[in-house]
Design a protein around this ligand. Structure first.
Ligand SMILES: [Ca+2]
Ligand SMILES: [Ca+2]
Ligand SMILES: [Ca+2]
Ligand SMILES: [Ca+2]
Length: 263
């Protein structure tokens, strides 16, 4: 009797390890659909890889990509799935897992023109979001990116947002790298706890507001036109702020290490 109990435990532990391993290898399934003109793309709690691109006005392809050691399926399919009649928002929600979401065109000539807002929420995990060669259409069209808990990275390249752009990377060590972007109203960034890195380069924005949150953060604004005003808050921790070659002064608080060249 005494010898039987440990062997039972051993078996149970073995099974549990096997099922964790299986989950790690799964890149999950993304469910996508169009409802009242909005394209919804919903991941699961595995690591999801996604490429979303516009192929014609109102028509988008959603493709799974290889991430977390396996290929992500879209509505059960390993091949890209095409959606028609997208006349409103694009809303992406990938939940837990280390997700990788890429949205936009692949060059200036394939630039995506979104009919309305773009919302991306990658939930918890170490997520990567890249938005590139993408514009929205009207003065009231927004871009909101939330990456939640975990060490996240958000990249933007050649993005035009005609209304507010909000990026929130929440806790942990996050990096935001924004190059050649235009924001018609206010660009807001919230870094939260953890050592965060915020880079804004070759941008045109009406206003910029960056709250780096606690711990030791770095903010850099370079070669940028800020039409109305800009402010960066360092919060607790030893923060570094570099300004280079901008059109105007950006006010700041709580940035202990500070350099300013040509602005
Ligand atoms: Ca996920
Ligand atoms: Ca996630
Ligand atoms: Ca985060
Ligand atoms: Ca921080």
């Amino acid at each position: 009797m005494a010898a039987k109990t440990p062997s039972k435990r051993q078996n149970r532990r073995g099974l549990r390890l096997e099922s964790l391993e299986d989950r790690k290898m799964m890149a999950g399934n993304v469910g996508a659909y169009v409802s009242y003109g909005t394209l919804y793309v919903n991941g699961d709690n595995a690591s999801n890889g996604l490429n979303i691109t516009q192929v014609a006005p109102g028509t988008f392809d959603v493709a799974g990509s290889y991430t977390g050691g396996a290929a992500t399926r879209v509505n059960g399919s390993y091949a890209p799935v095409r959606f028609y009649g997208v006349t409103d928002d694009v809303r992406v929600n990938t939940k837990d897992g280390n997700d990788r979401v890429v949205i936009g065109g692949t060059s200036e000539s394939t630039r995506d023109i979104l009919p309305d807002d773009l919302f991306v929420d990658t939930g918890n995990g170490a997520d990567f979001v890249r938005v590139q060669w993408l514009s929205n259409r009207d003065y009231n069209d927004r871009i909101n990116i939330n990456t939640g808990w975990g060490n996240d990275r958000v990249e933007m390249y050649k993005v035009v947002c005609r209304d507010y752009m909000n990026i929130n990377t929440a806790q942990n060590w996050d990096t935001v790298d924004l190059n050649y972007i235009t924001v018609g109203k206010k660009l807001s960034y919230y870094g939260g706890a953890g050592n965060d890195n915020f880079n804004l380069n070759r941008a045109i924005v009406d206003q910029v507001y960056a709250d780096m949150g606690s711990e030791n953060d770095r903010a850099s604004v370079r070669n940028t036109t800020v039409k109305t005003h800009g402010v960066v808050h360092g919060g607790y921790g030893i923060d570094t702020f570099n300004l280079y070659n901008n059109n105007r002064w950006l006010s700041h608080s709580g940035m202990e290490r500070f350099t300013r060249v040509n602005s």
